[in-house]
Design a protein around this ligand. Structure first.
Ligand code: SF4
Length: 299
């Protein structure tokens, strides 16, 4: 048998990591939406704020303005007041209004339903043409709302991929996306993306990764390097946690997540304290983008 390439080796590792994370977190529901325009606005609101905050603001926005026509007619000042709690409202409100105006011009209504008929590359190109929409946002819409097997690389996945040794540091967003496209098979992309968010909020925290308790430390360059080390504040965070192996995969029956007190989480990571609500938030039905992953495990 020929020697495996570096990409094949990393793809193998990605598969084991995804299986381990699914056995721990299941297929987490981060509140994403089936309507592509709802999802696009939801992702814009999520930038630079906590998920509790942007979910609350999105729900209030939908209650105040039942349709995107209503938001368009209300204009940027009224929208800015409605979304003020989500932060950066002076930037987010004009961007949302500019997107709604573009959709009105292109499709005769503020809706993204038409892009369901486009192929992946056409849908991505159109979304990227909208004001202020980047690759991660475009791919979130495609993955969550259109069920496409694309991989959005958000801050959690980018950090985890660097620490794992899957990609180099210092890559541009475009280079990061194409590097991970090469090593993450299409059927594993949804499961990796949603689980990287859960891992990044619980163990692979930006400021102090909790490698000693991390379920995927055996597959991780930084985790291997940190074995037996104490964190810089002198408080040992390592604990004896039985790590689930890929063979324990059981989609829909997540393992109990180790209990972590808020004091053990980094106060600088404002999303870390949201561990409990996040873990409790699971869909009862399998979301669209997860079907390929679950089907591959059933074979
Ligand atoms: S072992 Fe450490 S660096 Fe690696 S994924 Fe886990 S928490 Fe992150």
């Amino acid at each position: 048998m020929s020697a495996m390439t570096a990409v094949e080796l990393r793809s193998d590792q990605v598969g084991a990591v995804v299986a381990t994370l699914v056995s721990m977190f299941g297929i987490p529901d981060h509140g994403n939406l089936n309507d592509p325009l709802d999802e696009l606005v939801y992702i814009i609101l999520s930038q630079m704020t906590t998920h509790h905050s942007y979910r609350r603001v999105f729900e209030r926005l939908k209650a105040t303005y039942p349709s995107w026509f209503d938001v368009l007619n209300a204009g940027p000042d009224a929208l800015r007041r409605s979304i003020a709690d989500a932060g950066l409202s002076k930037q987010k409100a004009p961007r949302i209004i500019a997107i709604l105006r573009t959709l009105q011009r292109d499709f005769g209504e503020p809706s993204l339903e038409t892009i369901r008929t486009l192929c992946d590359s056409e849908a991505e190109r159109y979304l990227l043409s909208l004001p202020g929409v980047g690759l991660k946002t475009a791919r979130c819409v495609m993955m969550y709302s259109l069920g496409r097997r694309v991989l959005p690389v958000d801050t959690h996945l980018a950090r985890i991929a660097r620490r794992m040794g899957w990609v180099e540091g210092g890559l541009s967003p475009a280079a990061m996306h194409s590097s991970l496209d090469a090593v993450v098979p299409p059927h594993q992309r949804f499961a990796l993306h949603v689980n990287a968010i859960s891992l990044g909020r619980t163990f692979c925290i930006a400021s102090i990764p909790r490698c000693g308790a991390c379920p995927v430390a055996n597959y991780c360059e930084m985790g291997e390097a940190h074995k037996g080390m104490r964190p810089t504040n002198g408080r040992t965070l390592h604990r004896k946690t039985k790590r689930p192996g890929p063979k324990s995969l059981a989609v829909g029956k997540p393992m109990r997540v180790p209990d972590i007190s808020a004091s053990e989480l980094s106060s600088s990571d404002h999303e870390a304290a949201s561990l409990r609500p996040l873990i409790q938030m699971r869909r009862t039905a399998i979301p669209l983008g997860a079907e390929a992953y679950v089907a591959s495990q059933a074979r």
